[in-house]
Design a protein around this ligand. Structure first.
Ligand SMILES: [Zn+2]
Length: 139
């Protein structure tokens, strides 16, 4: 399956090898009616090995939510069989219920109903910190 076999859809390229199933579950791609292809351990000049997810269908998902999990992803948008957009993901300023705070003393460990919110801190490297306890997100 090549990109040009997709008529209208998305290709998530440069997924870190081994992460495709995690992203599949995270985006709940199993619930889609359109064809979804997962390619694992494809060879990559840049990364050695990579995973690719191809979705032949128009989705209303914000792929940027994947950036904290897998920042290397390249998003390709295919329309009428032609790639119309290729871009890196942008790190969202805030992420909610994607990753959990691992600080055992964080309020989110006792207050189970609290959303797990992390905010992006722009430093030399982009890191996320817990809204409640400032613990650094472990991605
Ligand atoms: Zn915390």
């Amino acid at each position: 399956m090549h990109i040009d076999e997709i008529k209208n859809g998305l290709v998530l390229d440069h997924i870190k090898a081994g992460k495709a199933m995690e992203i599949y579950r995270f985006l709940d791609l199993g619930s889609l009616n359109c064809p979804v292809a997962i390619i694992q351990n494809a060879s990559s000049r840049k990364m050695g090995k990579k995973d690719i997810i191809k979705i032949d269908g128009v989705l209303d998902i914000d792929c940027n939510i994947l950036a904290p999990i897998c920042p290397d992803i390249t998003l390709n948008v295919i329309k009428d069989g032609v790639r119309v957009e290729k871009r890196a993901l942008e790190l969202p300023l805030e992420i909610k219920d994607i990753i959990k705070c691992k600080n055992p003393r964080c309020i989110t460990t006792t207050e189970q109903e609290l959303p797990h919110i992390f905010r992006l801190r722009k430093t030399k490297e982009s890191i996320y910190r817990c809204l409640y306890c400032e613990a650094r997100a472990e991605l």
